[in-house]
Write a protein that binds this ligand. Structure first.
Ligand code: NDP
Length: 280
């Protein structure tokens, strides 16, 4: 029987720790503030933005909502970001992605001041991570590291295999595991002998975007398996990139979906906001 890594519980612990820190800061007269910009009203984005607002409320972070229409131009959006960059009372700025097609996402990411880049997507943040300097780290991979550490799973010296090389999950995940002294292999769609490479892993992080693709045949007995994927299956049930029923009996530890990596993303966003406030 694998150890089930409880992301719901661990994210709650982190949020409660942050709540205390925020209360202390408040008592010293400092209020942390996150500005969230949503362009248009994509239903999934509305749900994500709503969850971020709720987490801010729980922790005691002030949230400013900029809900602007779909037709907002790139210049208008850049104007809002510029104003928020210059506003000393705002510590974190987040633009909910994706933005509508007429807006260049890269330009928007690059416009956010690295000191307020709580999503950790700015090239300066990504660069800082890769050369071991201080900077914000993308929330989902940062959450995976917390899951491992708080579950007492050693990373140092371990064979870590990451499936996926996206800018928001796979690449920063690999850099973080390396920072923790793991021996890291990154796999992607051109990787040959994927199964054999995965079977070497003591820690296997799956961020592939393919429902239940990774079954027990990819997993070494006793390995820790972290499932970043989120999908709805044909029965509208949430599932991950890992075939949980097949892998759980083989793994030493495993994250479920839902209740594994998912809740950690927002907890780490809140952590980045508090860091932004403390750095200020
Ligand atoms: P992307 O689609 O951007 O990246 C998927 C990666 O998997 C790519 O690098 C791709 O390789 C690789 N890949 C695809 N097919 C294969 C294959 N058959 N064999 C080996 N590698 C393959 O996804 P994201 O990184 O954005 O997200 C991954 C998953 O995590 C998704 O299910 C997403 O919903 C979920 N997610 C969950 C979050 C959370 O909060 N829990 C947050 C963000 C994402 P290549 O580069 O060669 O194309």
């Amino acid at each position: 029987m694998a150890q089930i890594i409880d992301g719901k519980l661990i994210s709650k612990q982190i949020k409660d720790e942050l709540k205390e820190k925020v209360a202390t800061l408040k008592s010293e007269g400092k209020e942390i503030c996150l500005a969230v910009i949503q362009v248009g009203n994509d239903p999934a984005s509305t749900v994500y933005v709503g969850n971020k607002k709720k987490a801010c409320e729980y922790i005691g972070i002030k949230s400013l909502a900029y809900e602007v229409p779909e037709e907002t131009t790139e210049e208008e959006l850049l104007g809002i970001i510029d104003k928020l960059n210059k506003d000393d009372s705002v510590h974190g700025i987040l633009v909910q992605l994706p933005v509508p097609k007429h807006i260049n996402e890269e330009k928007i990411i690059n416009a956010i001041s690295p000191s307020k880049d709580v999503d950790g997507f700015h090239p300066a943040s990504v660069g800082a991570l890769s050369i071991g300097q201080k900077g914000f780290v993308s929330c989902t991979p940062a959450g995976v590291i917390q899951l491992l550490k708080r579950s007492n799973i050693e990373i140092s010296g371990k064979e870590c295999v990451v499936i996926g090389r996206s800018n928001i999950v796979g690449k920063p995940m690999s850099m973080l595991l390396l920072r923790e002294n793991g021996t890291v292999t990154i796999c992607h769609s051109r990787t040959k002998e994927l199964k054999e490479v995965c079977k070497r892993a003591d820690i296997l992080v799956v961020a592939i975007g393919k429902p239940r693709m990774i079954d027990a045949s990819y997993v070494k007995e006793g390995a820790t398996v972290i499932d970043v994927g989120i999908h709805r299956d044909e029965n509208n049930k949430l599932c991950g990139d890992v075939d949980y029923a097949s892998v759980e009996p083989v793994a030493g530890a495993i994250t479920p979906v839902p209740g594994g990596v998912g809740p950690m993303t927002i907890a780490m966003l809140m952590n980045n906001c508090v860091e932004a406030g403390l750095n200020d």
